[in-house]
Every structure is written in C-alpha cells, then in structure tokens.
Ligand binder design. Structure first.
Ligand code: SAH
Length: 291
C-alpha cells in the first residue's frame, strides 16, 4: 500500500510540542508519528505523521486541525513516500564512517574495508542511520564497548531505522536481535539491509510503536537494548525499557542533546538503571546504563 508523510518543519521546542500533540491525537488510531532533526547547523526539526495514500486529504485536514489551535501559522506539507524499489540517492556523497571497530560504508566503497574492520554496508536511502550522524556513530562505539564487557544472549534495537545498529550487534555476536521501528518504511529498509549484510537469519525486523507489542515479551528479556530515538520518548519509555531488560542487562541510549543528559539519566535511575559511561559528539551524548 502506498504511504504518505505529512510533516511540519520548525525548531526543536516547537517540534517537541507538535510531536506530543500528534502522538496523543493519532497514535492510538495506528498512525505512526516521528520527530527528527533534519539540519543540525540551522537547528531545524521535523515532525511527521505517516498514513495510507488514499487517506491523504482526510488525514491532512485532521492534522491541520489538530495543530491549528496552538500553532495556527504552521503549514502541513505532504510527501508521497517512494515505493520499496525506489532508487536510493546521494550514494557518491557518503564517505565511509569509522566508529570503534565498525566501518559503515556504501556499496560503492567495499574496497575501503580493512582486514580487521567489522564492515556494515548501508546505502543512503529512506531510513535514518548511515553512520554519519553523531548519535549513530556514538551508539556503534558504545555497542563495541558493551559487547566487550558482557556475554549476551538476546538484543533489542529499538528505533532501528536503516537497521545499522542491529546489524552491528549481529555481526559482532552470535545472538538474535529484535529490530523495531514505528515507521513501516524503516522496517522494510532494515530487512533489506540485514539481508545484504548476511544477517537476515539473526535479525527480526518488526513494526512496533514503543514497547507494548507482544513481540517484545516473545523475544526478551534482552541483555542489551540500544535505542537511538530522542530524549523525550526515551524518558517516557524508561519503565518499559527497564521491564524488558534482563537482570544484568545494559542499555545504550542516544538521540540525547548534551543539555538533556541529566534529565534522561534521572528517568532511568528511577528504574534502577545507573550511569556507566557517556560519549560526547557534536553536542549529542550517547549513554551506557546498567543495573
Ligand atoms: N537506529 C538508527 C536510527 C535512529 S533514528 C541509528 O542509530 O542510526 C530513530 C528511529 O526511531 C526512526 O527510524 C524512528 O522512526 C524510530 N522511532 C521514533 N519513535 C519511536 C517509537 N516510539 N518506537 C519505535 N521507534 C521509534
């Protein structure tokens, strides 16, 4: 089924407010909502609502009406989402990214892989996670550290996007990884990338919002949970993340701005999860927490 994305662009605070408004209004009806930074230099963020293309007009009106009382000046824009066989773009511009033992590269850069690299092949496309963002690179580095400390049996990549972190885990340890995302397009991309990286048998991609789907109980409890989302949803999900974590499990969190670090840690301390390590990159932090 063809999908559309309805979105608004604004600064981070406004987008957070919109994210809350849209989540409250639409998520229970099964319309995924997401928020993401699109331009780090200009501080621009986007909030998106995904819907089937044949509901285009109804959902556009509903979204505009939902935002109008608080934010009357914001225009809701619309994008047709490409079909699954959409030709990916911007391949040449993406240089390989090194993070810890991992090298994330496009298919055009296979010859840049060195003998001891753990290579992850991801082409730029329709889901977040090519390794170029500071939060993805931070997670990759922290995953390397978490895997050195611990023997794991099961892992969860929450908000998998392109599948990059799930693939990093599956390539480093002989364990099953559940990879979930609210965005069905991301899940299709993650499935494709898992196959291209020879990890399809270890990674289970699944569309799910938050952690309430029965799939989490079936695949858990998890010894490692990685979640590169955003500070607010992470804080909201702290109890469920803790619930699905094994007794000596560890959590890698990112998508957190440096100034949000203490608040996020406080939300997890309430769940008896304590700070082990912080990585700082370009104003973002990646946290490692454990019991
Ligand atoms: N893990 C990848 C992608 C991170 S982008 C990386 O590290 O590069 C964040 C992803 O989380 C997006 O794909 C978004 O769709 C997803 N997401 C946002 N809110 C979510 C929620 N409540 N539950 C599950 N996934 C969510």
């Amino acid at each position: 089924m063809k999908q559309i994305r309805l979105y608004v662009t604004a600064d981070e605070d406004v987008i957070k407010e919109i994210f809350d408004l849209l989540s409250t209004r639409f998520e229970d009806d099964g319309y995924p909502v997401s928020a993401a930074e699109i331009d780090e230099n200009r501080g621009l963020w986007e909030a998106s609502l995904y819907a089937p293309a044949d509901e285009k007009e109804a959902v556009w009106h509903a979204m505009s009406a939902c935002l109008a009382p608080d934010l009357p000046d914001l225009g809701v824009r619309l994008e047709d989402l490409p079909d699954i066989d959409w030709v990916t773009h911007a391949l040449d511009r993406l240089q390989p990214v090194r993070a810890g033992r991992f090298l994330v590269h496009g298919s055009h850069d296979r010859d840049r892989v060195r003998p001891h690299d753990i290579a992850i092949e991801i082409d730029a496309g329709r889901a977040f996670g090519t390794g170029h963002h500071a939060t993805t690179a931070g997670c990759l580095e922290m995953i390397g550290m978490a895997l050195r400390r611990q023997r794991l049996a099961r892992a969860l990549d929450l908000g998998t996007g392109s599948g990059v972190l799930a693939i990093a885990i599956a390539k480093s340890a002989p364990i099953p990884v559940l990879a979930t995302d609210i965005d069905p397009v991301a899940i299709a991309v993650a499935r494709d990338n898992a196959r291209k990286n020879g990890c399809a048998s270890k990674i289970t991609p699944q569309t799910a919002r938050g952690l309430h789907d029965p799939v989490f109980a079936r695949h858990g409890p998890f010894d490692l949970i990685v979640a590169n989302i955003l500070a607010r949803p992470l804080m909201a999900m702290a109890p469920s993340i803790s619930h699905h974590l094994s007794d000596d499990g560890e959590v890698v969190l990112s998508g957190i701005l440096a100034e949000q670090r203490r608040r996020v840690m406080a939300a997890f301390v309430t769940q008896r999860l304590y700070h082990r390590r912080t990585l700082w990159r370009n104003g973002w932090v990646t946290l490692l927490l454990g019991r």
